[in-house]
Design a binder for this molecule. Structure first.
Ligand code: ADP
Ligand code: MG
Length: 242
């Protein structure tokens, strides 16, 4: 991991909301690097700036101050088309799964494949079904989201985020709406796929019970990154022990 370029390299990022007298600084001098295959969990109180930082990294918001490089390309000051380009290389998983209700599980995943690739429909279907199989939904590919549980819906969202093998997945409180066991299952699937595919994951969570899947834990407080440490109980070792 040492000589490889980071997937994300952030230097001295500041961010503000509002204008004039209402202008308020939300992020303060953020520095963060994330490498291929690394699972980084971000914790911190509500309102501390986690979603704002994720939206900057995801190219969903323009960088105001500082440097943000995605796979070596500077996104600060870059054109909208460049941001769109970088978004294609990122998988997103949100608290609400954001699936389309009028599409089946397979069609939801397939849409992500077809937006990013020029492959035949039959290939796209094959890829989508394989991906749904690897999140444990082989039996549910033709179900509509409304007929599936919260955990199953979130697994479709994972399949959709990872089907194109993006170098980076951003997940904003993906287990918040799930019960304990479903939340656990969902992050373990993310962890396994990330390791198989070499995907970097940045996952925001309030859920202390899933911290062990992280390689690194960073903490945000009042717009500052107050902690950035290797996770001493990260799960490969733990998993072997149990
Ligand atoms: P977190 O995800 O850690 O809860 P957010 O990044 O959502 O934090 O919010 C950080 C701060 O920025 C909060 O005080 C929030 O009220 C404010 N904020 C978030 N989004 C906006 C916005 N679009 N406009 C103005 N203020 C915002
Ligand atoms: Mg948030």
């Amino acid at each position: 991991m040492i000589n490889t370029q980071p997937v994300i390299a952030i230097q001295n990022i500041n961010h503000y909301y509002g204008r004039g007298a209402l202008r308020k600084q939300i992020l303060f001098d953020i520095n963060l690097e994330i490498y291929a295959g690394e699972i980084v969990i971000m914790t911190g109180p509500s309102g501390s700036g986690k979603t704002t930082l994720l939206s900057l990294i995801g190219g969903l918001r323009s960088v105001q101050e500082g440097s943000l490089k995605f796979l070596g390309t500077e996104l600060s000051g870059s054109s909208q088309s460049k941001l769109v380009q970088s978004r294609r290389n990122i998988g997103y998983i949100f608290q609400a799964h954001n699936l389309l209700g009028f599409l089946t599980a397979r069609q939801n995943v397939q849409m992500a494949v077809e937006l990013n690739n020029t492959i035949s429909q039959s290939e796209a279907i094959k890829k989508s079904e394989a991906m749904l199989g690897s999140v444990g939904l082989a039996e549910r590919i033709n179900y509509y989201p409304d007929n599936l549980s919260g955990g199953q819906k979130q697994r479709i969202a994972i399949a959709r985020a990872l089907v194109n093998h993006p170098p980076l997945v951003l997940a904003d409180e993906p287990t918040a709406a799930l019960d304990k066991q479903s939340g656990r299952d969902v992050v373990e699937i993310m962890q396994r796929l990330a390791k198989e595919q070499g995907t970097a994951i940045l996952l925001v969570t309030h859920d202390n019970r899933i911290l062990d899947i992280a390689d690194r834990i960073v903490e945000m407080e009042d717009g500052l990154l107050t902690r950035d440490a290797q996770n001493v109980v990260s799960s490969p070792k733990v998993a072997e022990g149990v």
